[in-house]
Design a protein around this ligand. Structure first.
Ligand code: ADP
Length: 500
């Protein structure tokens, strides 16, 4: 059963509200899920960029291959014009041939532009050399032979041209092989990239799904468990069990709610005890008022007769009459004391010094021989603590409390009386070296007629509480740091905005 400290609770409530823990958990889980999606997105974008690069490379390689084929086709075009001139034995196609040579040069230049790697450039250069060789063979040797109408020479030279063309085909085939190889590896790369992206996306998505599901399940289980603990506590309280307390582990809004609930139950219990006390005091007051009224008259009559008897009494008789008078007056005081619980609210408040009241109460008790051999430490003469109170009533309270402390401390015990000002309250603290309050006593000490002493009446604390409450103050009992009992009184320091 967790009973939070009242002071701690109030301090906590004084703080600005924290961001709810449950919301933090949800945000945390969402961040993980969003993070996973972000990783997925970044990976997909990177892969897309690499895919694009691979596809561009394939296109580029295709273009290079195409350019190489055009070079070969152009060289063959050159050859068609050469063959025509050789077979026909005339040079009417020479112009077409020149144009074909120019086109071949352009195609070779384009191929050079597209050849990126050294091996591509090497093959492109070979093609360029073969084109040049073919042109040289035709222009420098075949054309003069045709001009001379040297048929035998043209036929021989024709046979020399053909191997050059075959070498062109072989070089082009080699270049295509190189380019195809690279295109195939780029395509394989693109395929692998696509497969990897698919796997990563699937993994991230599944992980996000698992995390989201886990968070939802765990959070809902945690929340419903906590809410059911709260509900059980609230039901216990509603059935009238004011000792019901809720214990929720952790540091979230539910544990805070449990702490607030426990504080509320403690306050409710305390208020009910006080209500019970004041109801009892009220009925005791009524009885006491009736008894006092009835007894006061015969007591007054007795005192009247005592006075008459005193007139003619001898010295010995006078001693006896004095005892009767003293005891009768004592009876009157007891009757007046009994009337006190019925009307503690009729206060005559003024600005008083709490330390002086404490010192005076101790002085009187000492004179009356009621401090026995208990050591009583009281506030120094220089200490002044202003309070707004009815001096006589307060004296009554302080006397009650110090008497209790002295009784509890017993022979050779000690009592410490201190006063101080805290915030807007004047405080009087009485600590003793006695056994302290038992748990049952703490709960019932303020009940009228509750006593653990064989000759006790059980009204001291009840009357004291009624008087302090009427002042708008507060009286509390607890275990002193040194181990005995500690009784504290808090009073207003100034008139609290009007008459009591
Ligand atoms: P009474 O003194 O007649 O018993 P009170 O109302 O003054 O009546 O006190 C009620 C009970 O509270 C006491 O019987 C005692 O058990 C307990 N009590 C009061 N003061 C102290 C104290 N200083 N130390 C221990 N117990 C105390």
């Amino acid at each position: 059963m967790a009973i939070p400290q009242g002071g701690k609770m109030r301090h906590h409530n004084g703080k600005p509200p924290r961001f709810p823990r449950t919301a933090l958990h949800v945000i945390g889980a969402l961040s993980v899920v969003v993070g996973l999606f972000a990783v997925m997105l970044v990976m997909t974008l990177l892969t897309l960029a690499r895919l694009e690069a691979a596809e561009k490379e394939v296109v580029h390689l295709d273009q290079a291959k195409h350019a190489a084929h055009i070079v070969e086709a152009q060289i063959r075009e050159q050859y068609i014009h050469q063959a025509h001139s050789i077979i026909e034995g005339d040079l009417s196609h020479l112009d077409h041939y020149r144009r074909a040579v120019e086109t071949t040069k352009k195609a070779i230049a384009q191929l050079h532009d597209l050849a990126r790697r050294p091996e591509d450039r090497r093959e492109a250069t070979k093609l360029a050399k073969l084109a040049r060789l073919n042109d040289q063979q035709f222009s420098q040797r075949v054309v003069p032979a045709i001009r001379k109408h040297d048929r035998a020479a043209t036929t021989r030279l024709h046979r020399e041209i053909v191997p050059t063309l075959q070498r062109v085909t072989r070089v082009n085939a080699e270049l295509s092989r190189i380019l195809n190889g690279r295109a195939a590896s780029a395509q394989a790369r693109a395929k692998a990239l696509r497969a990897r992206t698919r796997t990563v996306a699937l993994l991230c998505f599944s992980l996000a799904l698992v995390i989201a599901t886990l968070v939802v399940v765990l959070l809902s289980r945690r929340i419903s468990k906590r809410i059911s603990t709260l509900r059980v506590g609230a039901q216990q309280l509603s059935r009238g069990d004011l000792h019901a307390r809720i214990s929720i582990e952790g540091n979230d809004e539910y544990s805070e709610l449990a702490t607030t609930f426990n504080q509320m139950a403690t306050d409710l219990d305390e208020h009910q005890q006080r209500l019970l006390t004041s109801q009892r005091l009220a009925s005791i007051g009524q009885v006491a008022a009736g008894v006092a009224h009835e007894i006061n008259n015969p007591l007054g009559v007795i005192l009247g007769y005592v006075r008459i008897l005193s007139r003619d009494a001898s010295e010995k008789q006078q001693q006896t009459i004095d005892v009767i008078a003293d005891e009768t007056r004592l009876c009157q005081r007891i009757v007046e004391d009994l009337l006190d619980p019925a009307r503690p609210q009729h206060l005559r408040c003024a600005q008083i010094d709490l330390s002086e009241i404490a010192r005076e109460a101790i002085r009187r008790l000492r004179e009356a021989g009621r401090l026995e051999d208990v050591t009583v430490n009281l506030p120094a003469e220089t200490v002044q603590v202003a309070a707004w109170a009815d001096e006589e009533r307060l004296m009554q309270v302080v006397t009650n409390l110090i008497t209790n402390a002295v009784e509890a401390a017993g022979n050779e015990g000690s009592v410490e009386v201190a006063t101080k000002t805290t915030a807007d309250k004047a405080a009087l603290l009485i600590a003793d070296s006695g056994p302290g309050f038992a748990a049952e006593t703490v709960r019932r000490a303020f009940e009228p007629f509750f006593t653990t002493k064989p000759s006790g009446v059980g009204l001291g604390l009840a009357i004291s509480q009624a008087i302090i409450d009427a002042h708008g103050g507060r009286i509390t009992i607890e275990r002193a740091p040194a181990g005995g009992a500690l009784v504290s009184i808090m009073l207003p320091t100034t008139e609290p905005g009007g008459a009591l």
